[in-house]
Design a protein around this ligand. Structure first.
Ligand code: OOG
Ligand code: MG
Length: 257
């Protein structure tokens, strides 16, 4: 059986060589929840020591659409580093294995917050802004297929994300009521709402804090949190365009080179 460090290496190699690997649970079906998060933590630590910085958290599988798409029905978290944050709205297909794009919202924090089963008003008191976001995910596993432990170890398939340039005050709207239309090459592909994320996107942060508090952690000021996709993710290839139209709030587009 491989050690945790060998899995960290394997995932890093899959990412740098853009070559999918067999999911860990094929050879190690007994991989535990704690081991899977430890593989994730060590992978990100390795990337950070190679000159990136930690900037926040992402939640995954917070909507039914996403849970059904990948066949995993638990919410998970991943870690975000500065090299994942896109500074223009283009990705190169060849830099990825089998990228997919999904519409999200992100929160930024002005105060530290930690604890279990917090109430929405407690979490909002720490939120600075809400942003529209598009996440690019890219599982390191063959056929984008994994079990819960595999996807945790693979940092919740994180690879890139784009934030809207407009920060919104938390009180701008009821974030559960927002609507998004996702266009794939100018054709409407998916429709979602803020409520698709655990009934309200703020619940995604509450869930993140529940998971983090088991490890004695919380969210620090300056960190950001991606709440999870509101619709299925769209598989993309070179030449494609994905636009998420959030109505009056604005829209975000990623072009795939
Ligand atoms: C897992 C990551 C899920 C989300 O927003 O639900 C995720 C995956 O779908 O590969 O990022
Ligand atoms: Mg996501």
């Amino acid at each position: 059986m491989s050690t945790i460090y060998e899995y960290v290496e394997r995932i890093a190699t899959a990412q740098s060589e853009k070559k999918a690997i067999e999911k860990i649970t094929i050879s190690n079906p007994a991989l535990t929840f704690d081991e899977a998060y430890e593989i994730q933590r060590l992978s990100i630590e390795k990337s950070i020591s190679a000159s990136n910085s930690f900037i926040g958290w992402k939640m995954g599988l917070t909507s039914k659409a996403k849970q059904l798409q990948v066949g995993v029905d638990s919410t998970i978290y991943g870690r975000l580093t500065n090299n994942m944050l896109m500074n223009h709205n283009e990705i190169t297909a060849a830099d990825h294995i089998h990228p997919r794009i999904e519409p999200e919202v992100a929160f930024t924090f002005k105060k530290p917050i930690a604890g279990e089963n917090l109430m929405p008003y407690e979490v909002w008191s720490a939120v600075e802004y809400v942003y529209l976001a598009l996440e690019v995910i890219d599982s390191r596993y063959e056929n984008f297929s994994f079990s819960l432990m595999d996807v945790i170890a693979d940092n919740a398939s994180s690879t890139k994300f784009l934030l809207g340039s407009q920060p919104y005050a938390p009180t701008t709207t009821d974030w559960a009521q927002i609507k998004v239309d996702v266009y794939y090459n100018n054709e409407l592909k998916y429709e979602g709402t803020g409520a698709a994320i655990l009934e309200h996107p703020i619940n995604s942060v509450i869930e993140l804090l529940n998971l983090l508090s088991k490890e004695g952690r919380g969210i620090q000021p300056g960190e950001l949190v991606l709440a999870g996709a509101m619709t299925d993710a769209v598989a993309v290839k070179s030449g494609d365009t994905v636009t998420a139209d959030y109505g009056v709030l604005g829209s975000l587009t990623i072009n795939v080179k």
